[in-house]
Design a protein. Structure first.
Length: 297
C-alpha cells in the first residue's frame, strides 16, 4: 500500500457507532466515514474495508472499553470485560498490525478525546485536565503532566459510586455495579430509568434534577482527587443540553462547600467546567491524536 506522508487514520470505536477519519487535525480532515457498531466480525470488516482504500503512515485507535493497555500483557490491544454484548476479548491492535504493518496507537476513547482537547481544543497549554463522555456509557479521561493517568490499568471513574438522591430507588443499569454513575446517567440507564430516551425528556423535567445530582457526585470526587485545570463534558446525552452546565457548576460549587484550596476553584467554574472545545469532534479527533503519538514514537 502506498503511504501518503503525515496522514493518520483515526478510528473512534463507540458503543453505537464507529468513526474513521483520515487527516492530520481539525483543519485537515481528508475523509470521514461512519460505521454502525454491531458484532465485532461485521464492524471490524467494515472498518478494514474503509482503511483498505486509504493511504496513511500510522493508525490511532480510541475505543470504548475496558481495554488492555499494558504493552507487556499477552492480550495487549484487546477489549476486555465490556458491557457491550459480544465484544469482550476482541483483539483490535494485533489484527490491525497484521493487516497494515503501520505504527498503531491504542487508547480509551475518553483519553483520546482528552489528548485531542490538549492538542487542538480548550485544554491547550494545560498540564492537568479531564474529559468526560456521557453516552452509551460514562467514561473519564484524566491527563496529568500532559499524559493519560494510568496505574496497573486505565481508570474507570464512570463506575464510581456516589450518594443517591433522597427517595431515588432505581437499582441501576450497569450489569457489573448496578447503581454506579454509568448505571444511573448513561443513555441506556436514562431510557430504562425514565421510560423514554434522554432526548425525549423535557428540558425542565425533574428527571434532570437526578442527572445533575448524580453527575455532580462524580465531579465532586474528580475535583477533590485531581483538581483538573479544566473539565470538558461531551457525549450524546449532554451534547444538545447546554442548559445543564450552569446547574452542574452550581451543584459542584455547593458540594465543594468552600473547602480549603478548592474554595477558589469553585469560584472559577465558568471557565473550568464546560463543553469540549472541539465539540462533537473531540472523540474522532482523539483517534488522530493517538495515531500521531504512535507515529512520533
Amino acid at each position: 500500500m502506498p503511504v501518503t506522508p503525515n496522514l493518520i487514520a483515526g478510528l473512534e470505536l463507540g458503543g453505537t457507532k464507529c468513526i474513521a477519519l483520515l487527516g492530520t487535525g481539525p483543519a485537515d480532515i481528508r475523509e470521514q466515514r461512519t460505521i454502525a457498531t454491531t458484532d465485532p466480525a461485521t464492524t471490524l470488516a467494515e472498518i478494514e474495508a474503509v482503511l483498505d482504500g486509504w493511504s496513511f503512515d500510522a493508525i490511532g485507535v480510541a475505543s470504548f472499553g475496558p481495554l488492555q493497555l499494558d504493552t507487556g500483557a499477552p492480550d495487549y490491544g484487546a477489549i476486555t470485560a465490556t458491557t457491550k454484548p459480544g465484544w469482550s476479548g476482541t483483539d483490535l491492535v494485533r489484527r490491525l498490525e497484521r493487516r497494515y504493518a503501520r505504527p498503531i496507537g491504542f487508547q480509551t476513547d475518553v483519553n483520546g478525546a482528552a489528548l485531542a482537547e490538549a492538542r487542538w481544543g480548550a485544554a491547550q497549554g494545560l498540564a492537568t485536565h479531564a474529559y468526560l463522555t456521557i453516552g452509551t456509557g460514562v467514561g473519564v479521561g484524566l491527563i496529568a503532566g500532559g499524559r493519560p493517568v494510568q496505574g496497573v490499568a486505565h481508570g474507570e471513574a464512570g463506575h464510581m459510586r456516589v450518594p443517591r438522591a433522597a427517595g431515588d430507588s432505581y437499582p441501576g443499569w450497569c450489569r457489573f455495579h448496578g447503581d454506579c454513575v454509568e448505571g444511573l446517567i448513561s443513555g441506556p440507564a436514562l431510557a430504562e430509568r425514565f421510560g423514554r430516551p434522554g432526548r425525549e425528556l423535557p428540558v425542565d423535567g425533574p428527571e434532570w434534577d437526578l442527572f445533575v445530582h448524580d453527575l455532580g457526585g462524580l465531579l465532586h470526587n474528580l475535583v477533590t482527587v485531581a483538581a483538573p485545570e479544566r473539565i470538558a463534558i461531551g457525549g450524546g446525552v449532554i451534547a444538545a443540553r447546554g442548559h445543564l452546565f450552569p446547574r452542574l457548576r452550581a451543584r459542584l460549587a455547593e458540594s465543594l462547600g468552600g473547602y480549603g484550596s478548592l474554595a477558589g476553584y469553585a469560584g472559577e467554574l465558568d471557565r473550568r467546567l464546560g463543553p469540549p472545545g472541539l465539540g462533537a469532534m473531540a472523540g474522532p479527533l482523539g483517534a488522530l491524536a493517538v495515531g500521531m503519538d504512535a507515529r512520533n514514537g
